[in-house]
Design a protein around this ligand. Structure first.
Ligand SMILES: [Zn+2]
Ligand SMILES: [Zn+2]
Length: 350
């Protein structure tokens, strides 16, 4: 037997942001794959769909009509998961039946009036308008006394349960800090108190030296496959400068965020030459009025596809009952993404 190394032997990796571990099985990536590799027809969608409730001038639930908007359009979700007028209260019966009220506001942002576009196909200047809306919404919602956290996210693709292909994202803001950001808040605070620098700032510095998991970068942001990635092609965008939230970004940094959002999603689309599904979202400091110098702005991308346009990674069995597991290593995933062309496959074909 050889000495232990993480290229060849099964091992666990720690996610320092959540404190969770992931099982990596590099030897299994070598096993033969006998399933069918098929590519679904990648239809070009029309720029307007009369049945789409997000297109300009179309009707939504409750008789509301969308304005004839150009660029971005924000509205309160017609079927919000959180309501702003939920009365405060708690239920606790002997500690085993605990519940507490939660209030908030859920919004939808259309990224473009064009039904047929996606982020990788949009112009950087148009994606920057999306970033500007994130900033406006974060400022407005975060300033509310009853909002402790603002979660900005995008669900893309039917495989992620996204019911409408119109390019759009969501913002759910809540009175309390949700589970994932709460975990990351705790770990980042502990790290900052011990080291006097942000966890992700130091992590990014080390990744830029190692150069093993980098995917794309620009002057202000780096996209990489984290050492502890769980999903096969999971990535993170990390700001080079440690900022608590998007409101601290300069104009140049906002343009750079739009730029790297496009560059990374082009890589994703090029991987299997299909419009690549994912759940992505920003993680930033809570908005409960406290100062969070330990928080370092970043964006997670959790895509489910594994080895083709149709073969998805399932988190089942061992993952549900024991812990998440992956075969292709984060280093192999990063190399594949990094080596892909920077030009969108649809543009290359034409
Ligand atoms: Zn539409
Ligand atoms: Zn995070």
């Amino acid at each position: 037997m050889d000495t232990f190394n993480i290229e060849d032997y099964p091992h666990q990796r720690l996610n320092p942001l959540t404190g969770d571990w992931v099982l990596v099985s590099p030897h299994r990536a070598k096993r033969p794959w006998q399933g069918q590799i098929e590519k679904p027809a990648d239809h070009n969608r029309p720029s307007f769909d009369p049945t789409c409730y997000l297109c300009p001038r179309n009707g939504r639930a409750g008789g509301k009509i969308n304005p004839d908007y150009k660029g971005t359009f924000v509205f309160t979700n017609d079927f919000s998961a959180l309501l702003s007028d939920t009365p405060y209260g708690e239920v606790s019966e002997g500690g085993l039946f605990r519940a507490k009220s939660e209030s908030g506001i859920c919004k939808v942002i259309c990224f473009s009036e064009n039904h047929g576009l996606t982020i990788p196909e949009m112009k950087v200047s148009d994606i920057q308008k999306v970033v500007d809306v994130w900033c406006d919404q974060f400022a407005e919602l975060g300033a509310s006394k009853n909002i402790g956290y603002v979660q900005i996210f995008e669900n893309k693709g039917a495989i992620m349960g996204c019911s409408n292909p119109h390019p759009h994202g969501q913002i759910w803001s809540s009175s309390s800090i949700p589970v994932e950001p709460a975990k990351e808040s705790k770990t980042q605070k502990a790290y900052f108190e011990k080291n006097g620098s942000t966890l992700l700032g130091d992590y990014l510095k080390a990744e830029l030296e190692k150069k093993e998991r980098l995917v794309v970068q620009n002057n202000h942001f780096v996209a990489l496959v984290p050492f502890w990635a769980t999903w096969p092609f999971e990535t993170m965008i990390i700001s080079r400068r440690a900022v608590q939230n998007i409101l601290e970004l300069t104009n140049d940094e906002k343009t750079a965020l739009a730029d790297i959002y496009k560059k990374l999603t082009i890589k994703y689309d090029n991987l299997f030459e299909v419009s690549f599904a994912y759940s992505a979202g920003l993680h930033q400091a809570p908005t409960d009025g406290k100062n969070y110098p330990e928080w370092h702005l970043h964006m997670h991308f959790y895509p489910p596809l594994l080895r083709s346009a149709t073969v998805k990674k399932f988190m089942v069995g061992y993952e549900m009952l024991a812990m998440p597991q992956r075969d292709i290593t984060p280093e192999q995933a990063a190399k594949r993404l990094c080596d892909l062309p920077d030009i969108h496959y649809k543009k290359r074909e034409s």
